[in-house]
Design a binder for this molecule. Structure first.
Ligand SMILES: [Zn+2]
Length: 406
């Protein structure tokens, strides 16, 4: 395996990265056998910096959610084949067995996991049989669009019919990855990017409205992914670790363009309910999310993989939860064995951090089970939600969207 530094600096898109915090002198120092932890003459490579907080403040341990929870945003199965960011196969790969998932769920007081990436056709059938039907009430699967057939002339009808079939087969909703807007192109993996409000998807949105199933939609990404990967980027390390997550330059639309296009879909389909993932896809700007929640009654949000953002603005977040307590859903983006992404790895620790953020008033703690904060070098603060709001966020809001009885 090539070393991370080698890999990082070997990537053309990151030219300029070597200028960061004296990487060169440190490499030389390492060659000369510097003692572990020692920083030669004040120079320390950024990726080796792991400061320990000297702060003494209260530390809560919250091993179980105070109220039984639904995790509305998980990825238990994924497509076996994808190309240039587009899933191209109904076949599923399963990331965790129901037995290993249930053990963690029972320990953490997670009543149900919603597997958003349940796929379509035989992949969905298999997923529903393996999880939803084998353990009623513990797992729910969402279907996804079949982009393989996007070029067929009657695609709008094909896709709308597929939603109906998926619903009959047990799908609880439709999930859109950020594929739409950022990866899907006219010739599927080449040509111009297809816009989120492309008319060819109108029958699909309408079908969900008619069947009264929610659409969980991921649009855009953290705003820093749309700015250069340089020393001013607050997610520099994350983008360095995942250069393909950058949407800066090329023919990518701006974050604002993506959200506007998404909003046109919400406006055009008022009878379709949208769960806008990752805090409405703009957790850095809760004023913007609030504005959209006010504008679109058919919109709710989840908090998956964004407690790093919510927790660094605890006062603003608390007001946001107070005001929109009926429209915020508990979700984590949990991915079994997803160790490469500590902010969403499915394990006890991840859930405990979410519970601590929502339930405690603790100060300055890690938002992910990782040595270095994976999404940006900061820590978070708990927002101490009262029981009445916790009940809604953990369970009631999701149960309403999924039409579950209490
Ligand atoms: Zn996700």
């Amino acid at each position: 395996m090539i070393s991370r530094r080698h890999w990082l600096y070997g990537v053309g898109a990151l030219a300029g990265a070597a200028r960061i915090v004296g990487a060169q002198p440190a490499m030389e120092a390492a060659d000369q056998g510097e003692a572990a932890g020692a920083a030669p003459k004040g120079k320390l490579p950024l990726e080796e910096y792991e400061p320990n907080s000297m702060l003494h403040v209260h530390e809560s341990h919250v091993p179980r959610a105070r109220f039984s929870a639904i995790d509305i945003h998980t990825h238990i199965s994924v497509a076996k084949k994808s190309e240039s960011g587009v899933e191209l196969s109904a076949d599923r790969q399963y990331l965790g067995t129901s037995e290993e998932l249930l053990a963690v769920m029972d320990r953490k007081n997670i009543r149900a996991m919603v597997n958003l990436t349940g796929g379509y056709d035989q992949g969905l059938t298999e997923t529903v049989a393996k999880y939803d039907k084998a353990h009623p009430g513990r797992f729910y699967s969402f279907t996804e669009p079949c982009y393989e057939r996007f070029k067929e002339t009657n695609y709008p009808q094909i896709q709308s019919d597929a939603i109906e079939r998926a619903y009959q087969g047990g799908a609880k909703g439709l999930k859109l990855l950020k594929t739409l807007g950022l990866y899907l192109r006219e010739n599927i993996t080449s040509g111009t990017l297809v816009k989120i409000d492309d008319r060819r998807f109108d029958p699909m949105w309408d079908a969900c409205g008619q069947l009264n199933i929610p659409v969980a939609i991921h649009v855009s990404d953290p705003i820093a992914f749309f700015t250069p990967t340089d020393r001013f980027n607050e997610r520099y390390e994350e983008l360095s670790n995942h250069p393909d997550w950058s949407f800066h330059g090329h023919d990518f639309p701006s974050n604002a363009e993506l959200l506007e296009s998404r909003n046109r879909v919400f406006a055009r389909h008022p009878k379709t309910r949208f769960i806008v993932l990752h805090v409405g896809n703009f957790s850095e700007d809760l004023a913007n999310v609030s504005e959209n929640l006010n504008r679109f009654p058919n919109m709710t949000v989840d908090i998956a993989a964004r407690i790093g953002e919510l927790g660094r603005q605890p006062r603003t977040s608390r007001k946001f939860f107070d005001k929109y307590q009926d429209r915020i859903l508990f979700g984590t983006d949990a991915t079994p064995h997803g160790d490469e992404f500590p902010q969403q790895v499915f394990n006890d620790k991840l859930y405990e951090i979410y519970f601590r953020f929502l339930e405690s008033g603790d100060e300055y703690f890690d938002y992910a089970p990782a040595k270095v904060p994976p999404q940006g070098r900061w820590k978070i603060y708990g927002i101490e939600l009262p029981e009445q709001i916790l009940k809604k966020v953990y369970y009631e809001n999701a149960a309403r969207e999924l039409h579950l009885s209490a």
